[in-house]
Write a protein that binds this ligand. Structure first.
Ligand code: GCU
Length: 610
């Protein structure tokens, strides 16, 4: 009877009604819908609206639960102007840019569809979870809309309990990559859009009442704190058991399903750090649900102009990374192996301990690899350049994106910094917009630091240039970060770079979140050091690092960038060909001369134990 009641209650839940967190949804037991999907480009959005903007007719609805070929055979008069079942097939997850040559620069709507088997059981709940869809996704199951999501880099899930059939089912996703001045990011960025379903799609089964959110962390006062939320008919007043590092913590959930418990951390608890990336198996049980994850425990804080990891000052020896796998034709299909290959260049190649995952939340494959390999992470949302800071809807979208990123990843010990923006122009609307986001970070996560990549202005003092950071947003941040390109985007002589001074008004740690220069791998010009030559890039790094070494309050850096990456803005026909060439390695992993310059600089800092 109880199970029947539970099923009744659950199946009444409107699919896609609430925004479930489904924490650890990338590793919960699930049916993985990776593999062959039919796809069909729809540049004029015929599947969304008829010619006067009305609901499209059956002959246009790509998501209809219909066998087009059979319908047309049975009714010769039937007219369909699509047939997903006989459309081409692509292997997902992957951007559509290499589905076929006509899709390389496609920016618009693509429909994806596949069948899948299900055997729904009474008293169980089912969620379709998407790792990400660039930029907007509309999801349908067996012809019924289950929900839509905006934002290209954070996971989302829709409940499909009650929609699943025993046996054959069908999921259709309309993915639209088109952005506007109101989106986050807006239309213009310095990276390839990579439209499509770029991360795994998983059908997750959970008990009627399950652990929707669970966050287990080490607090700065030495406690292990666990909190979260149960969802389902028995969410209120339920016992929650958390097993971690030899501890058994038990809590009783409140009326809204939320729960929280803490205890002094065991003296034997091994702190997570880049040199010792210890992860513990954590189990969270409530009713029939059992959630497991691997979580590291450490503290991160600031003291004056220092960043403290586990109470000790640390210099962040980093590099920036875009989400793009090594290889001549990346499609933003970041698998765990691809993530480890990239991060090995940081950890082993560069002797780094830090990675700025720019300019948006990266795949879980990347943040989990950083946890396992021991790399501190800067995680950011794409509030990038000219965002519509005055539009409340855009702020609401950015806040949702930020929350989705933090709720997804706050069990990742590697993540130390949440960034709320990159190179945004100072102004009243922008200051308020970013200050609101910084406030959200503090509400969602009191264990990490808030930062943003800012811009400086240049002054002349005693015949020398001085970079001045006096951005009003600095007051809202824990760690200041600056992107600086003297010698690349300016005509400074490289030999003059070390003499550039720095003035920062706030007594806070400073990170050089970007510095860099383009070089086409294999283009050499030792004689005249022309820009785009490997020799120019190497000398730029030598001189810029000499400048950085003189900034007494510098707490770290993440030069731009580990690997050449696709950018439609970069069209020099000889040196760029649609790639931003500031990588220290080429897109196929060929190291440039500058790679060893930075590696040598970090090796020295590592040897000094900083
Ligand atoms: C900017 C921006 C990057 C860009 C880089 C460049 O600082 O943050 O996204 O790729 O500079 O100009 O190469």
């Amino acid at each position: 009877m109880k199970a029947l009641l539970a099923l009744l209650l659950v199946s009444l839940a409107t699919p896609g009604s609430a925004a479930p967190v489904l924490v650890a949804g990338d590793i919960r037991p699930a049916q993985d819908l990776t593999g062959p999907w039919h796809w069909s480009a729809d540049p004029y959005r015929d599947g969304v609206a008829g010619f006067h903007g009305e609901e499209p007719g059956l002959g246009h609805r790509r998501y209809a639960d219909v066998d087009v070929e059979a319908e047309m055979a049975k009714h010769p008069n039937a007219l369909f102007e699509f047939d997903m079942a006989r459309s081409p097939i692509a292997t997902l997850p992957s951007s559509w840019i290499n589905h076929d040559p006509t899709m390389r620069h496609y920016d618009g709507l693509v429909w994806y569809q596949r069948g899948f088997e299900a055997q729904p059981r009474a008293g169980r709940r089912y969620f379709l979870r998407f790792g990400a869809a660039e930029y907007r996704a509309d999801v349908f199951v067996n012809g019924k809309r289950v929900g839509s999501h905006e934002g290209g880099f954070t996971p989302f899930a829709f409940e499909v309990t009650g929609l699943l059939r025993a046996g054959a089912n069908q999921v259709t996703v309309g993915v639209d990559s088109q952005r506007s001045d109101a989106t986050v990011p807006p239309t213009v960025t310095d990276w390839e859009t990579y439209g499509g379903l770029t991360r795994p799609v998983r059908l997750i089964e959970v008990p009627a009442t399950y652990v929707d959110d669970a966050w287990i962390r080490l607090t700065r006062d030495g406690h292990i704190r666990a909190s979260g939320r149960l969802d389902g008919p028995a969410a209120a007043g339920a016992e929650v058991r958390v097993r971690v590092a030899g501890l058994l913590l038990t809590a009783r959930s409140a009326a809204d399903g939320s729960w929280s418990v803490e205890a002094a951390a065991p003296r034997t608890l091994k702190r997570w750090s880049p040199d010792s990336p210890t992860l513990y198996d954590v189990i969270v049980e409530a009713g029939e649900d059992r959630l497991t994850d691997r979580i590291g425990f450490r503290t991160i804080a600031v003291r004056g102009r220092q960043i403290l990891l586990n109470g000790k000052p640390i210099f962040l020896r980093g590099i920036s990374v875009h989400e793009e796998e090594l290889g001549a034709d990346p499609t933003r299909a970041m698998t765990p192996a691809a993530a480890r290959a990239l991060l090995a260049e940081v950890k082993t190649g560069l002797h780094g301990n830090f990675v700025r995952l720019a300019h948006y939340p990266h795949a879980e494959a990347m943040t989990r690899a950083a946890d396992e390999m021991g790399l501190i992470v800067w995680s950011e949302i794409p509030v990038y350049w000219r965002v519509a800071f005055g539009r409340p809807e855009t702020l609401a979208l950015a806040r949702t994106m930020l929350a989705e990123n933090i709720l997804r990843d706050r069990n990742r010990a590697a993540i130390a910094l949440w960034s709320v923006g990159n190179e945004t122009p100072v102004g009243a609307d922008r200051n308020a917009f970013l200050a609101a986001l910084a406030g959200d970070v503090r509400k969602l996560d009191d264990t990490r630091l808030v930062t943003a990549a800012l811009l400086t202005r240049r002054e002349q003092r005693d015949g020398h240039p001085v970079m001045v950071l006096d951005d009003p947003l600095a007051a809202s941040l824990d760690v200041l970060a600056v992107n600086t390109y003297n010698g690349w985007y300016t005509d400074d002589r490289l030999a003059d770079l070390p003499a550039i001074g720095w003035r920062v008004n706030e007594d806070k740690p400073l990170i050089l979140s970007e510095l860099g220069a383009d070089a086409k791998a294999g283009f050499h010009d030792p004689a005249t050091l022309r820009k785009y030559s490997e020799e120019f890039q190497a000398e730029y790094y030598r001189q810029t690092l000499a400048m950085a070494a003189k900034i007494p309050f510098l707490a770290g850096m993440s030069p731009w960038i580990l690997k050449d990456f696709r950018s439609p803005r970069r069209q020099h026909p000889v040196f760029q060909q649609g790639w931003n060439r500031k990588g220290l390695i080429s897109e196929t992993g060929q190291r440039k001369l500058a790679f060893d310059v930075l590696a040598g600089f970090y090796r020295e800092i590592e040897a000094e134990g900083r």
